[in-house]
Every structure is written in structure tokens, then in C-alpha cells.
Design a protein around this ligand. Structure first.
Ligand SMILES: [Zn+2]
Length: 325
């Protein structure tokens, strides 16, 4: 590839993101990286897409570890076009599929792991997804648990049903949500996977490869929906569990779901500080700057809305043009 053809795009990114005290930090969020694209969520891509995105990212940005970026923000020494890669929740494919691709591109990513699901656990949203993926027949009647009726004859219909059920369950009190999901399990007689999340050994593999393991609570609750004592215990327990696995400090934290004011509140920011984390990330969009709150660093989903997507897309197009030519 002739990198000079990318120069206009790099110049643009440089303009948006100079180094030093005016530096801006782009932090990307990933969740699952399946080997092949999931037929239910084909837009999210698989290993090939991820590999392409990491190649583009390292071409256009200075990709550094989030821990180094936090130090850079603290000291006004961020490189120009700084970017970090993060993963939420602790999916097994992060170790199986993403790790070798990250290593190929020399990227040191951060993995925010909900520690309570390691070694055979499953998050409630994945239980819903896997139930509806496997449900037999063309119609699914969940009206008995107040969730509605769905046509599931086609993949788009199943995707729509998943979207609708997740939306209805997301902000229910945890106990009520658990009972609804259990009722769904009783109604849909299928075997569910127990290997979606990482094992403790996979966490150690990531850590030993130089990747950062970050806290994401024990059970992934919406912190804003918990009493303060319970929220604090969730954050603290998750940290302790991960530290006992990697035998090293867990220094960074990601708020579950991550929308400020909705999913977490100023009290939770204080708790994260008090529990000894060095910095924390939200899911508010944007790029982090010096002087911003290191305990609420914004992140964005790759190729989602916003200015960064625009420049990345542009660079991507240029990359395509180079390859075609
Ligand atoms: Zn999460």
C-alpha cells in the first residue's frame, strides 16, 4: 500500500486531533468478535471485518493502550491522532478471535470484564438472544409474561423479536427481569450455550499477552437502578475477582451500559474513584480531551455516528481506492 495516498486523510485527522495538551483521544468499544459474522447480526461482522478495521485504525491513528492514554491525558502528552481499543463484557471470542488479530497489528487493548459470568456464565441479554435464535416454529407467544407475540419465520423477524424483548426487559428491576427470562427459558425448550463468556484461564492469557483487564462489575447491573451499597459491592467484587485471577491490580473501569445520568450517576463515579481505579469509561459519544473527567471518558462504537466515523470512513474509502488501483 502506498501510504502517501492516505496523507490528505491523515492531515485531516491530525487537524482534528493534534498531539500534546490539545490532543484528543478516540476510544473504540467492541463487544463480540465472532469468527464468522453472526447470521442474526451480519452488520456486526466477524474476524475479517475486525482485522480490516484494526489495519485501518493503525494506519490512520496512533493506537496506544488505554492506560498509557490516561497518563497522556493527565500529563498533556497525548500523541496526535491517539486511539484506543476496548472490549466490554468478557466474551470468549475476544480471546479466541480478537487476540491474535490485535497481536498481529501490535495493538494493546483493554478488556472490561463482568467477572460473575466467567467460566460458563451467560448474561441475561444473551440468554434472550440465544432462546429466540433457537426457538422452534414460526411464531413466538410471550404474551403470558407481558412481552408480546412475534413472527419468527425469518432471520429479520427473529432479530426484530430480540430487539423488542431486550428493550422491554432492559430497565426492569433485576429480580423481575430474572423471573421474566426464567419464564422464557421454561417456555422455549432449547439447549443454551455455556461457552459464550471467557474462562479464567483466557483472562490470564489476555493479561499475559500484555492486554489490560478492566473492571465492569460482577453481574453487569444498571448501577443507577441499585441502592448505593449494592452498587458499591458490585464494583468492588468485580475488581477483586479479576485481581485474584490475574494477580495484578485492575486499574480501569467501564460502567455497565454506560450512559451518564441514565445508567450511572455521580455517586458511582465517586465509588469508582474511592475503590482505587485510575480512570473509567462511559458510552457517551465523543473524544476525550485533557482537562476532561478521567472517570467518565467517552467512547464510541466503531463506524457509528459522529465526526470520527466520517474521517474513518473517508480514510477507509481512500484505502479501498489504493487497493483497487
Ligand atoms: Zn457491558
Amino acid at each position: 500500500m502506498q501510504t502517501w495516498t492516505l496523507l490528505p486523510s491523515l492531515a485531516l485527522l491530525h487537524l482534528f486531533s493534534p498531539g500534546g495538551s490539545h490532543g484528543r483521544l478516540s476510544i473504540l468499544i467492541y463487544h463480540r468478535v465472532p469468527f464468522q459474522p453472526d447470521p442474526l447480526f451480519p452488520d456486526e461482522g466477524g474476524a475479517e471485518t475486525f482485522d480490516r478495521q484494526m489495519r485501518l485504525l493503525t494506519t490512520c491513528f496512533n493506537v496506544i493502550s488505554l492506560f498509557d492514554a490516561v497518563q497522556g491525558l493527565r500529563q498533556g502528552k497525548l500523541p496526535s491522532r491517539a486511539a484506543c481499543v476496548t472490549f466490554d463484557d468478557g466474551y470468549a471470542d475476544n480471546a479466541e478471535v480478537a487476540l491474535p488479530i490485535l497481536q498481529k497489528h501490535d495493538i494493546f487493548a483493554t478488556f472490561f470484564v463482568a467477572a460473575g459470568f466467567l467460566d460458563g456464565g451467560r448474561m441475561w441479554n444473551d440468554t434472550v438472544i440465544e432462546l429466540i435464535r433457537r426457538a422452534p416454529g414460526e411464531r413466538l407467544d410471550l404474551s403470558g409474561m407481558g412481552l408480546g407475540q412475534f413472527e419468527i419465520g425469518t432471520l429479520p423477524q427473529r432479530r426484530q423479536a430480540i430487539h423488542s424483548v431486550l428493550g422491554k426487559l432492559k430497565y426492569l428491576p433485576p429480580d423481575l427481569r430474572r423471573s421474566r427470562v426464567e419464564a422464557m427459558c421454561a417456555l422455549i425448550p432449547v439447549r443454551l450455550p455455556t461457552n459464550l463468556m471467557m474462562t479464567s484461564e483466557q483472562i490470564r492469557v489476555l493479561h499475559n499477552a500484555g492486554m489490560e483487564i478492566g473492571g465492569h462489575t460482577a453481574n453487569h447491573p444498571i448501577l443507577a437502578r441499585l441502592e448505593n451499597d449494592a452498587a458499591r459491592a458490585e464494583i468492588a467484587t468485580g475488581k477483586e475477582m479479576l485481581e485474584s485471577i490475574i494477580r495484578a491490580p485492575v486499574r480501569l473501569f467501564a460502567y455497565p451500559n454506560g450512559k451518564p445520568g441514565n445508567d450511572y450517576l455521580p455517586d458511582h463515579v465517586r465509588m469508582v474513584k474511592d475503590l482505587g481505579f485510575d480512570a473509567a469509561v462511559s458510552t457517551a459519544h465523543g473524544a476525550a480531551r485533557m482537562g476532561g473527567d478521567l472517570y467518565q471518558l467517552p467512547r464510541f462504537t466503531p463506524w457509528d455516528r459522529g465526526q470520527v466515523r466520517f474521517t474513518l470512513r473517508m480514510a477507509q474509502n481512500m484505502l479501498k481506492a489504493v487497493e483497487a488501483g
